[in-house]
Design a protein around this ligand. Structure first.
Ligand SMILES: *Cc1c(COP(=O)(O)O)cnc(C)c1O
Length: 362
């Protein structure tokens, strides 16, 4: 059945193994970010069997799935700031959330007192991406609030970069975070973990001058895609191409939008610009925005361009191609993060796991 997401378990297993070895060499604890594959049980189990036991996700249902799979041995983090209704569930299932407001600490204290379960949190620290986290100058006061709580303790501090604004990590931001870590550890008289993410941070270690004192690195992209999109690069020591999306061609025709007509907006509210290049051969693929992100699909025929996508069609311009595309053909694309995430979310996309028989459990 199509559309279909093909998942190459051998590639993922190899990436996981390499990352595990590198992290142990770099003396940094790896936390697998599972939001890109909805903590899919097959992949999660494979990672668990390879020795990973810390997982982070931005959606609670995925974390609960991991808790059910692995029991209390797994260390779980909610890396999206929690909504108020989630606090009780987090406390109940010993999932540590990122927190960036003292009100949330106080609410969690009340919840934990009620459930009788001690809770630990991670302070999100704004490192420059303009996304979530306490500002540096707010941290002493937040720490003071925390010190008055009984049921809530601090596990560590965390920063995320290159997610919203593309701000890349450097030694300066790491130095500032190390200062916070030392200050917190001294005040609390206990170990405080410094966690950084995502994949963009790996280059700090790759460059050979390891940031001493960073305890933990959270990554998803490196494992899944072997790439670092914040620098538009493939990571040379990892493998790419673990995910392929295949779908069926349902129309092949030379077409062009009707000329000389008033133009409005497309189905997604975007202003349209008329392209008048004469009729060109187009194929329609039964795959749409509901299933993928067309900006993150890579087709292996370099003479083909993606014209666009609607909810349920992907339209390709194949005019320049020598290949004889026909209705009923299956076309395949290498898929990036956004496309894979949506394919996992779409009930219309079948998930197929590929694995060479008997290979690789060494
Ligand atoms: C998504 C996310 C990550 C992982 O980022 P990748 O670029 O996929 O490695 C890490 N931390 C947080 C808070 C995230 O939201």
């Amino acid at each position: 059945m199509y559309p279909r997401l093909e998942i190459d378990l051998d590639v993922l297993r190899e990436n996981a193994r390499i990352l595990r070895e590198r992290c142990s060499l770099w003396n940094v604890h790896p936390v697998i970010v599972t939001k890109g594959f909805l903590a899919d049980p097959v992949l999660a189990r494979m990672l668990w069997d390879l020795g990973f036991s810390s997982f982070a996700d931005s959606n609670l249902p995925n974390l609960l799935r991991l808790r059910r799979l692995f029991g209390s041995q797994a260390e779980l983090f909610l890396i999206r700031l929690p909504m108020s209704w989630e606090l009780e569930i987090l406390s109940e299932h010993s999932i540590s959330p990122f927190v960036s407001h003292v009100e949330v600490l106080e609410n969690l204290e009340a919840v934990a007192r009620r459930t009788g379960k001690p809770s630990s949190v991670v302070f999100a620290v704004e490192g420059g991406d303009g996304r979530e986290g306490f500002l540096f100058e707010e941290l002493p006061q937040a720490l003071e609030v925390l010190q008055h709580l009984f049921w809530v303790s601090l596990r560590g501090i965390a920063t995320t970069l290159a997610c919203l604004s593309g701000v890349l990590p450097d030694r300066e931001v790491v130095e500032r975070l190390l200062e916070v870590k030392r200050f917190f550890a001294e005040e609390l008289q206990k170990e405080v973990v410094l966690s950084v993410g995502g994949t963009t941070f790996l280059s700090l270690w790759e460059e050979g001058r390891p940031p001493e004192g960073v305890d933990e690195v959270r990554f998803g992209e490196a494992l899944l895609f072997g790439s670092d999109i914040s620098r538009k690069r493939d990571i040379p020591w990892l493998r790419q191409g673990a995910f392929v999306i295949s779908a069926e061609v349902v129309e092949v025709r030379a077409k062009e939008p009707l000329q000389g007509k008033a133009l409005g907006y497309d189905a997604f509210g975007r202003q349209c610009v008329l392209q008048s290049s004469g009729p060109r051969r187009r194929i329609l693929v039964a795959l749409g925005k509901q299933d993928i992100d067309e900006d993150q699909l890579y087709f292996d025929d370099e003479h083909v361009t993606i014209v666009g996508a609607t909810s349920n069609y992907l339209v390709l311009d194949v005019e320049e191609s020598q290949r004889p595309y026909r209705v009923g053909d299956v076309v395949s694309f290498r898929a990036g993060y956004g496309a894979v995430l949506r394919a996992f979310l779409s009930p219309y996309v079948e998930k197929v796991y590929r694995e060479k028989m008997g290979e690789g459990r060494t």
